[in-house]
Ligand binder design. Structure first.
Ligand SMILES: NC(=O)c1ccc[n+]([C@@H]2O[C@H](COP(=O)([O-])OP(=O)(O)OC[C@H]3O[C@@H](n4cnc5c(N)ncnc54)[C@H](OP(=O)(O)O)[C@@H]3O)[C@@H](O)[C@H]2O)c1
Length: 296
């Protein structure tokens, strides 16, 4: 396939190199205007990819968007006039809320949404490290996207394990719920995920989960308190030694994805007239932290 990676950061570079090794024709669309970019996966040889090539964009069978949630609009907007109506466009980022906008801009295209638990890290512009093996779920966002289940096999060949999930919305909500519980708290307290298992966080996590369940049920996601709380605590324990992405973003004073995680939850809560004070407090706290950097 002709595959274009929009946003060759850690996740995008991991998929670019894995697709290339699987025999696909891969090109990149990064932020810099060099016509070629080189990437090295772990200690494999370097491979060179074309960058910002309009013809590659026009000929792409698949555009995989791996920018952060808040970067999606500004990254894709200038490319819209060049995207063929047959090109499959896939979003792969933490959080929710970008697919609605994308589908409104590319109403003729198949739109697919993905979530991955692989870990990737770019210690330099040209090197990407595959730091944790995970799995990837895909599903259609619109009717044409729902017909793209063949992509699971294509991607599974490049970087297993990949599954097609006809209920990707449900899977994204569960991931969002886990992120709502873990990310803001670890960012505010600048702690590892495992510290949230401490008794001092129990009341807060219970309240967060109750609010999540109420909103998710209104969004027709079947979930009950006991199972969601158990899932959240299982992730806290399984990733005890890790720092969440939001903790890392706050540590490095980078804009977080809070608007597409807790912010998305708050929007849904507002739509259903549900009060979510615990999550609203966390949202405000992270926004205040972000605000404080611009005031410095
Ligand atoms: N890293 C992981 O292990 C991991 C795991 C699971 C999920 N995720 C999620 O995956 C998403 C991507 O994460 P990441 O770690 O790969 O982030 P990242 O390294 O910051 O990658 C984003 C890339 O997009 C580029 N970009 C931003 N705006 C652009 C534009 N207008 N045009 C072209 N490129 C643009 C950035 O360029 P610059 O370098 O110039 O900023 C950067 O290279 C996030 O939602 C994250 O939460 C990450």
């Amino acid at each position: 396939m002709n595959i274009l990676i929009l946003g060759p950061g850690a996740v995008g570079s991991l998929w670019a190199t894995k697709f290339q090794l699987a025999g696909h024709h891969v090109s990149l669309w990064g932020r810099t205007s060099e016509s070629e970019l080189s990437l090295q996966l772990d200690d494999a040889p370097f491979t060179t990819y074309s960058n910002q090539s309009i013809s590659s964009l026009q000929e792409a069978d698949l555009i995989l968007i791996t920018v952060k949630a808040w970067q999606v609009e500004s990254a894709i907007e200038p490319l819209l006039p060049h995207i063929n109506a047959d090109t499959i466009v896939m979003l792969m980022h933490n959080g929710m809320g970008t697919a609605e906008w994308l589908a409104s801009k590319l109403s003729a295209n198949p739109i697919v949404i993905a979530t991955t638990t692989h870990g990737a890290y770019k210690p330099s512009k040209q090197q990407v490290l595959h730091t944790g093996h995970g799995y990837t779920q895909l599903g259609g966002f619109n009717a044409k996207g729902a017909q793209c289940d063949f992509l699971a096999e294509v991607m599974n060949h490049a970087l297993p394990e990949v599954n097609w999930n006809p209920n990707i919305n449900g899977a994204l909500w569960i991931k969002l719920a886990i992120n709502c519980a873990i990310n803001p708290l670890t960012a505010i307290h600048q702690c590892k995920n495992g510290e949230l298992a401490g008794a001092e966080f129990t009341t807060e996590l219970v309240n967060i989960t109750h609010e999540l369940v109420e909103v998710m049920n209104k969004e027709e996601i079947e979930v009950e308190f006991g199972s969601l709380y158990a899932t959240i605590m299982q992730v806290v324990n399984a990733t005890a030694a890790n720092y969440s992405s939001m903790r890392q973003d706050v540590f490095h004073k980078r804009r977080t994805e809070i608007d597409f995680i807790t912010g998305y939850l708050l929007q849904a809560a507002k739509k259903h007239h549900i009060s979510t004070p615990e999550n609203a407090k966390l949202y405000q706290h992270i926004k205040q932290i972000e605000q404080s950097w611009t005031e410095q």
